[in-house]
Design a protein around this ligand. Structure first.
Ligand SMILES: Cc1cc2nc3c(=O)[nH]c(=O)nc-3n(C[C@H](O)[C@H](O)[C@H](O)COP(=O)(O)O)c2cc1C
Length: 343
């Protein structure tokens, strides 16, 4: 039975530092390894990569969709955006610039790569192997003005901006919306079943699939899957989840909402890119982030939440809390051979 030590060794090997390019030749497998370290909804890793002469295409893997929490595949396309952003920074580290285009009809993110003497290793590139969603409590301290400015700038993209909520009253309003989201989601049998199907209750199960929400990342004790599935009804209640989330939000320096002027596939990819950049910048600053998307995923709550944000026509697409706090054990990934399409 694989132990937590084996889990941690493999999680760390997946995140080994990048290799230097040899003789200016692009190492595409390294680009894809970095792409797969991106965030994805429920750690579904809903992507496939097609390597072409001077470009890489990122395509959706619809067999990994989550139809209950994400019926329109908006999180799925945001996840593709997260992977895209990592490729851009990993290419720069190898001396290549990237031109990113999303073709809605083909559901394809095409990343054209060309040599660029100005492209180089950046702090955001170095952060790719360390970025994580740290889902525990933070230490309650605030961020400095310069840190906040850097995060806000990193989160801005084409038609995407971040709204930074820092005041206690704003955080309390977010707590209230997240609580209502937890009640709506965790009293829905279909939502719970889908969520539980992506939870990996012990290192053996997580290592077997290389995906999903590993209990190790949130400090849950490892349990045999059959036992955990029987006990989950007691542990995963709206009340307990709301209490945990409330404490976590109150311990955070602030909340960032990613807002776009549009709500379509292209906007979802762009928003994923913005989140990933924000998270890489946060990692570079030693700041933690974790998603709290419940109000945006709950159709009955989203309009009220957007009105509370004073959005007129813009769309709230993602929400994260951020702050100073401890790192967490890392999540796993599938082998890159499983996500590269044959030529
Ligand atoms: C579009 C999107 C939506 C997500 N929604 C949530 C969420 O609502 N709650 C949560 O705890 N994590 C959420 N996550 C984070 C994933 O669980 C996380 O990225 C995944 O488990 C991999 O872990 P890592 O980001 O630490 O590598 C989301 C990630 C993405 C990209």
């Amino acid at each position: 039975m694989p132990s937590t030590d084996q889990y941690d060794r493999i999680a760390s090997d997946i995140r080994r530092p990048g290799v230097e390019p040899e003789d200016g030749v692009l190492n595409v497998r390294e680009l894809i390894r970095h792409a797969t370290l991106a965030a994805s909804s429920h750690n579904t890793q809903p992507w496939k990569f097609h390597i072409l002469q001077d470009s890489v295409s990122i395509l959706p893997d619809f067999s990994r969709r989550c139809p209950v929490v994400d019926p329109e595949d908006s999180h799925l396309f945001k996840s593709l955006g997260c992977a895209t952003e990592n490729i851009v920074h990993a290419a720069a580290a190898q001396g290549f610039s990237a031109d990113v285009r999303f073709t809605p009809g083909e559901d394809r993110v095409a990343v054209a790569l060309y040599r660029d003497t100005a492209a180089r290793v950046t702090d955001l590139y170095r952060a790719i192997t360390r970025r994580q969603c740290a889902k525990t409590m933070y230490d309650g301290t605030s961020l400095g003005a310069l840190e906040l400015k850097k995060l806000e700038e990193a989160g801005a993209g084409r038609d995407v901006r971040t709204i930074m909520l820092l005041a206690e009253a704003q955080k309390e309003a977010v707590v209230d919306y997240v609580t209502r989201g937890n009640i709506a989601q965790l009293t829905d049998r279909a939502f719970r079943d889908e969520l539980v199907a992506w939870i990996r209750f012990n290192p053996a199960e997580a290592l077997r699939t290389g995906d999903g929400l590993s209990g190790r990342t949130t400090g849950q004790p490892a349990l045999p899957t059959w036992l955990a599935k029987r006990m989950i009804g007691l542990a995963l209640t709206p009340k307990r989840q709301a209490q945990t989330d409330a404490a976590n939000i109150r311990s955070s320096a602030g909340v960032a909402v990613f807002v776009s002027t549009r709500d379509d596939k292209a906007a979802w990819v762009e928003t994923g890119r913005s989140y990933e950049r924000f998270a890489l910048q946060a990692t570079a600053l030693d700041v933690r982030t974790a998603f709290i998307n419940q109000p945006l995923e709950t159709p009955s709550l989203r309009p009220a939440f957007e009105s509370w944000l004073n959005l007129t026509g813009d769309h709230a697409l993602l929400m994260v809390r951020f702050g100073h706090g401890p790192t967490a054990p890392f999540s796993l990934r599938r082998s890159i051979d499983d996500v590269i399409l044959p030529e």
